[in-house]
Design a protein around this ligand. Structure first.
Ligand code: GAL
Length: 690
């Protein structure tokens, strides 16, 4: 048994998802069938209570959980565990009617009407009072239930509230941050510009749409505050449950590349990371493999938040979703591929939204394990059932972890600041895309990167790639310097180290905070190209000096003491350095001063991987490789994300899904998956020599 398993009660991987029996309380026959079908589909977990407040407490103070207790007991008797949600993702009408402060205000400061979901004011005292009452009651009733696995806090926390309570909280938060010294804030926000100075914290508003929204420090602090506010709400719910006796672990479901909050801040306050994964398959602008690489990036982002334990894929869609512009069904075999990709990347769960389709309202046409037809022989059901059986075959993977040596830096506030900077072109900044393209290039070489923040622990990584690290948090210059000195390979690009954490420009040369010494150069100009502009660079030390196209951005470097790898070919910067490498201490600091396709830099990736002693290969197009480990045991996942069959060399071990011994050559059908077990402690299975 692997020691990093999330739940000691479950001997294997979790399979299940959101289950809303409260919509069917008058249909005991259907509830009976649900359990029968779940067992058939090898489902061992459900998430309940996510939006059940109006059933738990139909009128104020009239709380009754008997329906839930009965169902939870029955599920448990049938070997199905429960992830229990606090119901705060949506509010009953009586609550908003009596406590209007629970309803959020929009960016003009106007209060919402009752309705929808995920739109509560996180700071409303009246709302928190009601939350406290329902959560306390929930914990009193269910904490310690043998079928209870964990607590799911609210649902997909998100958004900003511009009400008066939040405005005052924001002012308090700023006062605490700037030591109650308004001059400190004025300096940090550079408010003398355009006469934006404040005389007191009380003068500061949130960045209303029709108010002050071009003080960049204010905009950034508002986002940081809103992250704090959501986290504060989440912590409040967790503390409420704990005060009422809950001892089970907690999570909240994150969303893909979510923009509103800095998840790197939130991650420390929950026990387990979980996220909701909804790929947009078979679209008409990218290949399935490219779409799945975006998922893969997200899995890596969430996995890396707590690298010593598995994460959870809390939601995914059986069949299809109903909220995309075009809601296309996943083609046969793709369910297994999407689900196995999560496991491959470090999830111990495949969970769905939803087990049974709602009969009415806005999600009645969203995919589910059990459809309105009500049978267990639909295509989707059968694919879910097969996946369930396959998850049982690989149950020993539960608790194993990834152990990657390459990381890509991704900071939420850097992302916000890059987007908000009045610089470059808003059409082509593409910070997220740039990070993903780098991820994709490593993946094509069979090397799986983690995605980490600049403030996290870097000690496990031999290579760190930090694209467009415009904002340097305090101490990061020194951290990079020490990392390289100690032998790390560090890559930076154009637009690195321009500002400090307050967004004030670093003086004395970019990259700032002393980094120009580490890279052996300074950047003097960053030039934004129009889409039709052309430039290119030439590699100096190649036998056949190859030329690489440059687009979007090119920096003019100066004071270059680093070794020059490539120079520009055209325009006013022709002949000046474009890619450099600086040996510094025991490591190397690389600087890529212009935007190119990552594929064109493959030679550089390979050189750096070799320097870092990391073995790579060229995987066939559309194939992903992920690995999980426990001691001497290795589990290599090969995912064919393309609609063509592929063959892969240098694969050795036992395919756990078919029990076949793979001795060098692996063939995968379209969308096919293999899970290859090998152990370095036995001679019978040779470990992969990738
Ligand atoms: C999620 C949400 C679920 C459900 C699902 C539909 O974002 O958490 O409650 O609405 O989307 O895809």
């Amino acid at each position: 048994m692997n020691t990093n398993r999330l739940f000691p009660q479950i001997n294997g991987l979790l399979h299940g998802g959101d289950y809303n029996p409260e919509q069917w309380l008058d249909r005991p026959d259907i509830l009976e069938k649900d359990i029968e079908y779940m067992k058939k589909a090898h489902i061992n977990t459900v998430t309940m209570g996510v939006f059940s407040w109006a059933v738990h407490e139909p009128t104020e103070g009239n709380i009754n959980f008997d329906w839930l207790a009965e169902i939870m007991d029955k599920l448990y008797d049938n070997g199905i565990y429960t992830v229990l949600a606090t119901p705060t993702g949506a509010r009953p009408a009586w609550l908003d009617e009596k406590y209007p402060s629970a309803m959020r205000c929009d960016e003009m400061g106007v209060r919402n009407h009752h309705g929808l979901r995920h739109n509560h004011c996180m700071q409303s005292p009246e709302f928190r009072q009601r939350v406290n009452i329902i959560d306390t009651a929930l914990a009193h009733r269910f904490a310690g239930h043998p079928g209870l696995l964990m607590w799911h806090i609210s649902n997909e926390l998100g958004g900003y509230c511009y009400c008066d309570t939040c405005r005052k909280k924001f002012q308090q938060w700023l006062a605490d941050k700037y030591d109650h010294d308004i001059e400190k804030l004025n300096k940090a926000w550079w408010t003398t510009f355009w006469s934006h100075r404040f005389n007191s914290f009380e003068q500061i508003d949130p960045p209303y749409k029709n108010g002050e929204n071009c003080v960049l420090g204010l905009n950034l602090d508002w986002k940081r505050f809103s992250t704090w506010s959501a986290t504060d709400f989440m912590k409040f719910e967790i503390e409420t449950l704990k005060n009422a006796g809950a001892k089970e672990p907690t999570t909240t479901n994150f969303m893909e590349m979510f923009y509103d909050y800095d998840y790197h801040y939130m991650k420390d306050f929950i026990d387990v990371i979980s996220w909701d994964n909804y790929p947009e398959m078979h679209n008409n602008w990218q290949t399935d493999a490219d779409q799945l690489l975006e998922r893969s990036f997200n899995h890596a982002l969430f996995r890396s938040m707590k690298p010593s334990q598995p994460f959870m894929m809390m939601e995914s869609a059986p069949g299809l979703v109903n909220w995309r512009p075009y809601n296309k069904y996943r083609r046969p075999g793709v369910h297994e591929l999407i689900s196995m990709q999560a496991i491959a990347a470090g999830s111990d769960t495949v969970q769905y939204f939803q087990i049974r389709k709602s009969r009415g309202s806005s999600e009645q046409w969203h995919g589910a394990v059990i459809d309105h037809i009500g049978t267990d022989d639909t295509r989707v059901f059968k694919e879910v059932e097969k996946l369930g059986a396959d998850l049982e075959k690989i149950s020993q993977i539960a608790g194993t972890i990834s152990n990657n040596k390459v990381a890509i830096l991704f900071d939420w506030d850097n992302r916000w600041a890059v987007d908000d900077a009045w610089a470059l072109s808003n059409e082509t900044k593409k910070y997220d895309r740039t990070c993903m393209d780098i991820y994709n290039e490593f993946m094509s070489l069979g090397v799986e990167p983690d995605i980490i923040s600049s403030d996290m622990d870097w000690s496990n990584y031999r290579i760190i790639f930090a694209p467009m690290l415009y904002v340097l948090h305090d101490g990061i210059g020194e951290k990079i310097s020490n990392y390289v000195k100690a032998g790390g390979q560090f890559l930076a690009t154009y637009f690195t180290g321009y500002v400090n954490k307050d967004l004030l420009s670093n003086l004395g040369g970019f990259p700032g905070d002393g980094l120009y010494k580490v890279f052996g150069l300074k950047s003097e100009e960053i030039d934004t190209l129009y889409p039709d502009d052309k430039n290119s660079i030439t590699l100096l030390n190649k036998a056949n000096a190859s030329t690489i196209e440059v687009f979007d951005y090119q920096e003019l470097l100066r004071d270059v003491t680093a070794e020059v790898i490539a120079t520009y070919n055209e325009d006013y910067i022709a002949g000046t350095p474009a890619i450099t490498k600086n040996s510094y201490g025991k490591g190397n600091a690389y600087y890529i001063a212009c935007r190119t396709n990552q594929k064109d830099l493959e030679f550089l990736y390979k050189e750096i991987l070799e320097k870092a002693n990391i073995v790579y290969t060229n995987l066939p197009l559309g194939v992903e490789k992920h690995s999980r480990y426990s001691g001497a045991d290795a589990y290599d996942f090969y995912l064919n994300c393309s609609a063509e069959s592929v063959s892969i060399d240098n694969v050795f071990g036992i395919n756990m899904l078919t029990d076949e011994n793979v001795n060098g050559h692996l063939s995968l059908e379209k969308y096919g998956v293999a899970v290859i077990y090998s152990s370095s402690s036995t001679s019978s299975t040779k470990s992969s020599t990738l």
